[in-house]
Write a protein that binds this ligand. Structure first.
Ligand code: SAM
Ligand code: DTB
Ligand code: SF4
Length: 387
């Protein structure tokens, strides 16, 4: 049977397909076995994508994507030894250590993110955990960013229950703390904190009443069963995280994982699809690593059930696609940003103008993947040349 529908004009999956999953609110499970998840990974690609997309459509508008913008509020010199991370003090990545960002600068960046169409502002610090003396600074920051009408998210490392409560009281909507990989592979990647430490922080965040954002990284040389193991841990938490970032490793020169073998893009897309199947009501974020993916790979990730991205030309210390590229892709796919304006022709023009202006005024752009300073004006020139 031929199917002439496109994603943009079809909100309902064809009923006649043998893979149709009946409408379900009973398919929220917390008891997945590794074998079941390995079996999902082994499905024919098209069957897996159809299953994921069908579940996606039971819970979400398939043409809406949530957009978040990241900002590093404290960069580099981290005491932890996470082997993927450009910000660990143990690896020579050429990254300049930066002091805590002044609150005024954070607010300025948050306003820019909102103007570009972001709905959530995520602030990250290269800390093992916040010190008690840091708490007034971060809680004040949450209050100020919330006043702008943005959702707030922070990722500051491990939290005690009291710290989680003060962030909640300040109005923090989401706390990001990733499990990163399977329990079995974990000690190959990080030795300075345990898997249980991470689970304890997630418990503290949940107990404080905040939304949990937790996912991991693939492409770190883990096995396929490790990818199943990560997803199993997330899906078998007592409550699924509201947001599940799936990061493709961004290889940064100087980190121990800088020359690990690339992960097959289809394996990445399968990971997204299975996250969607296991955690049907969670936002699955196509997170770090989009710069190394073409439009077609990203489109397949959306087809597989990804419905959130980081938007804006920088992640924490490495680069992300330019906003005009994302707006262009969303327009090609008929995708809209959740809650804010649509990605119309006017919005596209505005984003382009704002981007050029912003790049002209920024002094320098530091990208940890390049370990060199790129003049903002060169970036601006690249933007206008690409149009
Ligand atoms: N220091 C805090 C912590 O580790 O919890 C917060 C910031 S840390 C940079 C947040 C997350 O970014 C990490 O848990 C990891 O999942 C992700 N991340 C860091 N470096 C990455 C890389 N090179 N590629 C992909 N994801 C990365
Ligand atoms: C997440 O899962 N990915 C983001 C966010 N949560 C904090 C971080 C990605 C960092 C990529 C490397 C960098 O830019 O430093
Ligand atoms: Fe530090 Fe976080 Fe990077 Fe680990 S991931 S080295 S804790 S900044």
């Amino acid at each position: 049977m031929s199917n002439t529908h496109t994603l943009a004009d079809n909100n309902v999956a064809p009923e006649s397909n043998i893979n149709h999953v009946p409408a379900a609110n009973d398919n929220i499970r917390h008891d997945w076995s590794i074998q079941e998840i390995n079996d999902l990974f082994a499905m024919p690609f098209n069957d897996l994508l159809f299953k994921a997309q069908t579940i996606h459509r039971q819970h979400f508008d398939p043409n809406q994507v949530q957009v978040s913008t990241l900002l590093s509020i404290k960069t580099g010199a981290c005491p932890e030894d996470c082997k993927y991370c450009p910000q660990s003090a143990r690896y020579d990545t050429g990254l300049e250590k930066e002091r805590l960002l002044e609150i005024e600068k954070v607010i300025e960046r948050a306003k820019e993110a909102k103007a570009a169409g972001s709905t959530r502002f995520c602030m990250g610090a290269a800390w093992r955990n916040p010190k008690d003396r840091d708490m007034p600074y971060v809680t004040n920051m949450v209050k100020e960013v919330k006043k702008l009408g943005l959702e707030t998210c922070m990722t500051l490392g491990m939290l005690t229950r009291d710290q989680a409560l003060s962030l909640k009281q300040a109005g923090l909507d989401y706390y990001n703390h990733n499990l990163d990989t399977s329990p079995e592979y974990y000690s190959d990647i990080i030795t300075t904190r345990t898997y249980q430490d991470r689970l304890d922080t997630l418990d503290n965040v949940r107990a404080a009443g905040m939304n949990v954002c937790s996912g991991g990284i693939v492409g770190m040389g883990e096995t396929a069963t490790d990818r199943s193991g990560l997803l199993r841990q997330l899906a078998n938490l007592p409550h699924h995280p509201e947001s599940v970032p799936i990061n493709m490793l961004v290889k940064v020169k100087g980190t121990p994982l800088d020359s690990v073998e690339d992960l097959e893009p289809f394996e990445f897309i399968r990971t997204i699809a299975i996250a969607r199947i296991l955690m049907p009501k969670s936002y699955v974020r196509l997170s770090a690593g989009r710069e190394s993916m073409n439009e077609q790979i990203q489109a397949l990730c959306f087809m597989a059930g990804a419905n959130s991205i980081f938007y804006g030309c920088k992640l924490l210390t490495t680069s992300n696609p330019e906003t005009h590229e994302d707006v262009q892709l969303f327009r090609k796919l008929g995708i809209n940003s959740e809650k804010t304006r649509s990605f119309s022709d006017e919005a596209y023009e505005q984003v382009l103008q704002e981007e050029i202006q912003q790049q002209e005024t920024n002094d320098l752009f530091v990208d940890a993947t390049k370990t060199s300073m790129t003049k903002a004006s060169e970036k601006a020139a690249a933007v206008s040349n690409s149009n």
